[in-house]
Design a protein around this ligand. Structure first.
Ligand SMILES: [Zn+2]
Length: 155
């Protein structure tokens, strides 16, 4: 039988990571670092471990004394950083897919390809020119693949 846990017990357990009882009557627990509601019944660990931003928020709050204004600024910065990372990942994956499928990278410069991407993949229209893909991304991917290979061999 599963152990019955109350929101108050949860908060005692997770106080150190920043959780608190936001609403006693409705048993709502929040993370004061991320400013989000955490489902105290089962997502505590998930929140702390899976949410990369929780750690980042913790560092930020500690270094900035938790000022609200600062919080908003960093949240905006976080969002644009995330968008940049997603774009970066998309570009990398595109290069990887093209290379694996033996499609020459200059094909991305073709208007038909960029139109197609722009239409179906938001933000993809601004994919870098194939020269950048070759000089920067292909090189990085080559290095990453080498690392992966080494790990496979080692394991
Ligand atoms: Zn959090």
């Amino acid at each position: 039988m599963p152990k019955v846990v109350t929101v108050f017990q949860r908060v005692r357990e997770y106080e150190k990571v920043g959780f608190y009882v936001f609403d006693k009557a409705n048993k709502i627990m929040m993370c004061k670092l991320c400013n989000v509601i955490v489902d105290w019944k089962d997502t505590c660990e998930k929140h702390v471990n899976a949410r990369a931003s929780h750690e980042a928020n913790k560092k930020r709050v500690m270094s900035e004394g938790g000022s609200k204004r600062q919080t908003l600024i960093s949240e905006t910065l976080d969002a644009s950083k995330r968008a940049r990372q997603e774009k970066e990942q998309f570009t990398k994956d595109t290069v990887r897919a093209f290379v694996k499928a033996n499609i020459p990278l200059f094909k991305v410069d073709h208007p038909a390809v960029s139109e197609w991407m722009e239409k179906y993949i938001p933000g993809a229209g601004s994919l870098p020119h194939s020269k950048t893909l070759r000089d920067v991304y292909l090189k990085n991917i080559g290095e990453e693949e080498e690392v992966n290979l080494k790990e496979v061999v080692k394991g």
